[in-house]
Ligand binder design. Structure first.
Ligand code: HEC
Ligand code: HEC
Length: 331
């Protein structure tokens, strides 16, 4: 299965690298959009049915900021604000960064597949977009014609355009990235935090796998020991009792600006999060074995300095060039 996936991505990269020139088909002509991805990132999931184009990306961006998609005046950006890593301070909304590598979406993984699949859910189930509004707009009819060469817009087309805007939002210029690329040093405190993060002592790296900072799995980290409607997590999708309390491992990229934390936003600061890992883990039958490894029975036992070093390191994931990138802001 994995091999097939690699073959498909290799193939699509091959195809896109052949398309140096604009795709010309009588009147239909699009401009390829190149997504920059550093060499130390895994291969990005692409969709051969939805190749990146400047027209598709710009259309997806416009849709993201336009309340036309909803029936109550909200746009995607109402809850997903760029300066907070595309989330909002007052909610547990998930961030929109490096999502091209994800195959599990939403805290409980209710949607799996490609970005096109999760966008179908957002446009269909969540927003219940009234497609007539788009078809009645000459502006959108024109833009969809240019991006996808279609005369009648469907929800699938909207999902495809949005997916392009999501695929392009890659964050790779944080201090952490510059450190990995040998372009900068970490401060002694950040470096110590990095060591804590990536060794058994702090033990964050098994789940927040570098460089993307998520292993794309579901895990119970021991926030609670009793599971009721609000915290069943993955169980809501699978109905497997072994999945109670498991949630998607979230990315830590730009974590400094994505408060509040956890699926229910229960922690307001990174200090609270680190203190939870240090001394607040609650044992239950579905807790991840990593959380209760020998030596961790009484928590991580970090000193005050180690805790602040860990936080310093977490802040190296802040990528201001991503958070301020005008190409991703309201058009
Ligand atoms: C009312 C606030 C709100 C609006 C508006 C909103 N979202 Fe969200 N979004 C959320 C919340 C909350 C979550 C987490 C929900 C969960 O996992 O149960 C989320 C999760 C997501 C995720 C999953 C990310 C991941 O890591 O799995 C995607 C993708 C997403 N939203 C895209 C969109 C798009 C596209 C739109 C517009 C069509 C949109 N959202 C509009 C609040 C919102
Ligand atoms: C066993 C896997 C695992 C380990 C080990 C782990 N995490 Fe997590 N982390 C998760 C999961 C899963 C969540 C989301 C939990 C939830 O909301 O129920 C999470 C959430 C977080 C969040 C909040 C993210 C957000 O967007 O809300 C931060 C910050 C964080 N972890 C940092 C760390 C640090 C620092 C360490 C090491 C001390 C660590 N994690 C160790 C799996 C893990």
């Amino acid at each position: 299965m994995k091999n097939i996936f690699f073959l498909i991505s290799a193939l699509s990269i091959f195809i896109s690298s052949c398309k140096k020139d604009p795709i010309i088909n009588d009147k239909f002509k699009t401009t390829p959009y190149i997504i920059e991805v550093p060499k130390y990132f895994p291969i990005m999931n692409t969709n051969p049915l939805n190749p990146m184009t400047v027209e598709g990306f710009e259309l997806g961006r416009k849709l993201y900021y336009d309340p036309i998609l909803s029936n109550d005046g909200r746009s995607c950006a109402s809850c997903h604000d760029q300066k907070y890593n595309f989330t909002t301070y007052a909610s547990n909304a998930l961030v929109h960064v490096n999502l091209a590598w994800n195959t599990n979406f939403l805290w409980n993984g209710h949607v799996t597949g490609t970005l096109e699949d999760i966008m179908m859910f957002e446009v269909g189930d969540f927003f219940n977009t009234d497609i007539n509004k788009l078809n009645n707009s000459n502006d959108y009819k024109n833009l969809f014609k240019k991006a996808y060469n279609i005369d009648k817009i469907t929800k699938t087309d909207v999902a495809y355009a949005l997916a392009q805007f999501f695929r392009a939002r890659v964050s790779y210029n944080s201090k952490f990235d510059k450190f990995i690329r040998g372009e900068t040093d970490l401060s002694p405190s950040e470096l110590n935090g990095y060591i804590l993060f990536t060794t058994e002592k702090g033990d964050c790296f098994h789940c927040h796998t570098l460089p993307l900072t998520s292993d794309n799995q579901f895990r119970n980290i021991g926030l609670d020991s009793v599971f009721e409607a609000h915290n069943l997590g993955r169980y809501e999708v699978t109905h497997n009792p072994l999945d109670k309390g498991k949630f998607k491992v979230p990315t830590l990229r730009n974590i400094e600006v994505s408060a509040p934390y956890m699926h229910d936003g229960r922690f307001k600061t990174l200090a609270e999060v680190v203190e939870f890992y240090n001394s607040g883990v609650k044992v239950s039958s579905t807790i991840d074995p990593i959380m209760t490894k020998p030596g961790k029975e009484y928590g991580l036992k970090l000193t005050t300095k180690e805790k602040s070093d860990l936080i310093s390191f977490l802040k190296t994931f802040t990528d201001t060039s991503f958070l301020n990138n005008k190409a991703f802001s309201k058009p």
